[in-house]
Design a protein around this ligand. Sequence first.
Ligand SMILES: [Zn+2]
Ligand SMILES: [Zn+2]
Length: 155
Amino acid sequence: MKVVKQHSEFMDIAYEVAGGSNCRRRQVGAVIVRNEQILMTSSNGTPTGITFCRDGGCQRCLSGTDTGDLYESCLCTHAEQTAIARAAQEGVSIDGATLYCTLRPCLTCVKLCLEAGVLHIVYDQYIKFRAEVENAYARFTRDTRLNLVKRSKTT
Ligand SMILES: [Zn+2]
Ligand SMILES: [Zn+2]
């Protein structure tokens, strides 16, 4: 009998993966799945060669910046970005895949997902972005084929 994993199982795995994050601010996990198979997992944190964020490697995370702000000066790589980059490094196509993420992805991450061929994003925790980001986000999800949903309680 084929065991079909449910949304919740992949989200559970995303939370497990988040536990490996080296970010002092927030631990985020991402799991990329296609045909019920996990293609890639990753957490957020400082990239290879940079001191771990929890050890002071990222000035932005050390500061009291609000979640979702000043990403452009943050050295931490987002879980989704790292998962996509690792897939490229390892030659794993994620075309047509679904990405599960513990936190609502930022605008940069949804753009990367779209261009990497990800069709669906399921996230768990909601965060609200600044008004201009929300406007861009709304337009992006309306005009592109990317399907982005918050996990419902039942799945
Ligand atoms: Zn960090
Ligand atoms: Zn992001």
